[in-house]
Design a protein around this ligand. Structure first.
Ligand SMILES: [Zn+2]
Length: 297
């Protein structure tokens, strides 16, 4: 079964949902680095969460989750765009890296004193960034709380993950129902009902049943409809052109110094480990074309 996400809704309940399964993408991303099992677990969970958010936010563009802490996780960065293209990386703090293998995966311990941000980066328009407090014991619970507090939308997120697979389900009251005072009690009851059923999902059901089978098992009395699946996969957005653009943010003098010292500049993508090399001549050409454009503009 390929990696995919699906939306679902109910004929009579003001609730929207999404359901996701990932395996190949997790393996592809994690195999590019030598991550311990426990790190793969956290990445798997984060990729599923990011993709659920990207799909619910429904923008043309990209959604990123970035977490930094002074504990085990120095930097966790996962991204998903509206076409289901994902990438991710995780850097450990060397001085705490021993904690990774010394006990079970513990989100709270690994991210102690950390900060998490959601960035919504539309292809057109303003970038938005929200801060997610890390005061819950799982990533899903932190994100759930963020939606409940900042968006005022009753939200439930459940994620099961291990070192090479993840399953997630996202339940949210429809914004129009959450904002109407008349339907409030009814929508609250509907949300509690759907959440309670979601809580009965066992990991083996999540990983073994198809989305359709699982949703039918949970919600057949609630007239659930499931939408077509959207495929998901790894794809890195790095390119030689982007690397050139990054080089151009360095001053010409510094760039010349760098290439004088090292004879060439090597740029390695943190996400996919793709390597681009710029030799002395290429750097000089880059500087000349930039200077020419400066004259024309
Ligand atoms: Zn890359």
């Amino acid at each position: 079964m390929s990696d995919h996400i699906q939306r679902f809704s109910f004929a009579q309940l003001p609730i929207r949902g999404e359901i996701i399964s990932l395996t190949e993408t997790i393996d592809t991303i994690c195999d590019q680095h030598q991550y311990p099992k426990e790190v793969r677990h956290l990445l798997a969970e984060s990729l599923a969460a990011c993709c659920l958010l990207a799909d619910i936010i429904k923008i043309e563009g990209r959604v990123a989750l970035q977490l930094q802490s002074s504990s085990v996780v120095k930097l966790l960065l996962v991204e998903c765009d509206n076409q289901g293209r994902m990438r991710g990386l995780l850097h450990l703090n060397e001085e705490h890296a021993h904690l990774v293998t010394s006990g079970p995966f513990d989100f709270k311990q690994w991210t102690a004193n950390g900060q998490m941000a959601i960035t919504i980066d539309p292809d057109k328009g303003q970038r938005y960034q929200g801060v997610v407090p890390l005061d819950k014991i799982t990533l899903a619970a932190c994100l759930e709380d963020y939606f409940n507090m900042s968006e005022q939308l009753p939200t439930h997120i459940k994620i099961f993950a291990d070192h090479h697979k993840a399953f997630g389900i996202f339940i949210q009251t429809l914004p129009q129902a959450a904002n109407s005072s008349i339907g409030n009690e009814e929508s609250q009851q509907a949300f509690e009902h759907v959440t309670a059923l979601t809580e009965t999902i066992k990991p083996e059901e999540a990983f073994e049943l198809s989305h359709q089978e699982l949703l039918y098992r949970l919600f057949h009395q609630d007239e659930v409809s499931i939408y077509p699946e959207k495929d998901l996969g790894f794809e890195c957005s790095c390119s030689r052109e982007r690397n050139m653009a990054a080089l151009m943010t360095i001053t010409p003098a510094e760039l010349v110094n760098l290439v004088e010292e090292q004879n060439e500049i090597e740029m390695v993508c943190d996400f996919c480990s793709n390597k681009e090399i710029f030799n002395r001549q290429q750097i000089m050409e880059l500087l000349t074309s930039e200077a020419d454009q400066g004259v024309i503009n």
